[in-house]
Design a protein around this ligand. Structure first.
Ligand SMILES: Nc1nc2c(c(=O)[nH]1)N[C@H]1C(S)=C(S)[C@@H](COP(=O)(O)OP(=O)(O)OC[C@H]3O[C@@H](n4cnc5c(N)ncnc54)[C@H](O)[C@@H]3O)O[C@H]1N2
Ligand code: MOO
Length: 402
């Protein structure tokens, strides 16, 4: 709800959250750690690739004017060890893939097309199709000074290869810092045996992985009991983050203390409750320089809220354009009319279409783990027949979105 007491729509909530997000400060990271992170500045080549005219095949470097031979072999050019001499009229140099083309030569003949006896080389096959055949010109890929990757690009493994070839060992990225605080007296860490009334805190590890995969630097601060002082200590430890994510204690129960702990810590609450399902009791605010998202404790609610709101916030803080990972798909089963909250049904998307799971309780991690998509049901959507088209959030895509 906003201060006027209305429950916000998904669209208004997202717009408010995004407008409060500034860009995280740039930081230098080694290329080996940069996959999935967002480039802070345009990346420009400091090297030319290939740095020299290079052979694309194993064979012989010759002058096109001397075709169809024969030739006298005068030297060898290997990758990393070029031929210092010159290829003159009637001469050839043995050459290997990736090796510099010697001065004087302008064409490479593949070795399958020649017969060599001693230093004499004769054409036996078709030979090169044209002057310059099988030679990669210097700078064919890129040249020093050329802008190769734009600021705001999410770095793929291919971008890292390009950046390395272009002369970079490090890159400047924006990696928003996220702190995660789980709250609840009933929680024990993963791997620990719960006693009576306790459950394992599955949200920290799930959200940490989700947000890390989205390009954030995540600190999971662990579990804090339902106690104002304890949650306050967690918030104090989180305050240098760009985004503080609390989970649990967001609702109306006597032990749901997150809002109170936030205001005690000096945070300003922007809104509480969004017209979405699951995840209605979402809290949004700011604490010093940090944005705060208070996610509901039910694991599916926490996941859906993080997917819908935390991921676009991280993208904005990282300097990326907002992603649009929704697609349309045909329904394989009918759906009933929707109510007054935008619903996000755990579903399975295949080449044939999309099918919602029968069980949609927001505590069910088994169904969430089987789902590869969320069917989006707009507010007041009418019942939908088999074969009708629905909007679908593809879960793989929310992480890979550029
Ligand atoms: N009277 C009302 N009750 C509830 C409402 C409401 O509007 N009126 N909203 C419901 C909805 S919707 C949700 S969602 C939940 C959210 O509640 P909280 O954010 O306060 O979450 P908790 O009460 O702390 O926990 C809910 C549920 O999730 C489990 N949980 C909590 N943290 C974790 C964790 N880190 N890992 C795994 N599971 C966790 C917790 O044990 C509870 O079972 O409120 C409804 N109630
Ligand atoms: O919205 Mo709660 O997240 O329905 O379970």
């Amino acid at each position: 709800m906003d201060r006027a007491g209305r429950m916000l729509s998904y669209e208004d909530a997202l717009a408010r959250l995004l407008s409060a997000c500034g860009q995280a400060l740039p930081t230098e990271v080694p290329l080996a750690e940069a996959a999935g992170l967002t480039l802070a500045e345009d990346l420009t080549a400091t090297l030319t690739q290939p740095p020299f005219a290079a052979s694309a095949m194993d064979g012989y470097a010759v002058r096109w004017a001397d075709m169809p031979g024969p030739w006298r072999v005068v030297g060898e050019s290997a990758a990393g060890r070029g031929f210092a001499g010159r290829v003159g009229t009637g001469e050839a140099a043995r050459i290997f893939t990736g090796a510099p083309v010697p001065e004087g030569a302008d064409t490479v003949i593949v070795q399958e097309d020649v017969r060599r006896e001693g230093d004499t080389l004769a054409l036996t096959g078709e030979g090169p199709p044209h002057e310059g055949a099988h030679i990669r010109a210097a700078g064919k890929d890129f040249r020093a000074g050329q802008r190769l990757i734009a600021a705001g690009t999410r770095l793929s493994p291919q971008h890292l290869g390009l950046a390395a070839a272009a002369g970079h060992g490090n890159v400047a990225v924006r990696r928003p810092r996220v702190a995660i605080i789980a709250t609840g007296d009933e929680l024990v860490p993963p791997g620990e045996a719960p006693r009576a009334g306790q459950i394992v805190s599955s949200n920290g590890v799930m959200l940490g992985a989700l947000l890390r995969a989205a390009g954030a630097e995540v600190r999971d601060l662990g579990i804090f009991p339902d106690d104002l002082d304890a949650i306050g200590k967690g918030l104090a430890a989180a305050k240098d983050a760009d985004l503080v994510v609390t989970v649990g204690g967001a609702s109306v129960g006597d032990h749901d203390l997150v809002q109170k702990a936030l205001t005690d810590a000096g945070a300003a609450i922007d809104f509480w409750k969004v017209a979405i399902k699951p995840g209605k009791p979402l809290i949004a605010g700011s604490m010093g320089g940090a944005r705060v998202l208070g996610l509901p404790g039910n694991p599916v609610s926490a996941f859906v809220c993080a997917a819908l709101f935390a991921l676009p916030m991280i993208a904005r803080m990282a300097g990326r354009a907002d992603a649009q990972p929704a697609v349309t798909a045909r329904l394989l089963d009918p759906l009933p009319a929707n109510g007054n909250r935008r619903d996000h049904l755990r579903a399975r998307l295949s080449a044939e279409g999309v099918r919602a799971f029968t069980a949609q309780d927001s505590s069910m991690l088994g169904v969430l783990a089987d789902a590869n998509a969320l069917i989006i049901r707009p507010v007041d959507a009418p019942a939908a027949e088999v074969g009708s088209e629905v909007a679908v959030l593809v879960l793989d895509r929310i992480l890979l979105a550029p």
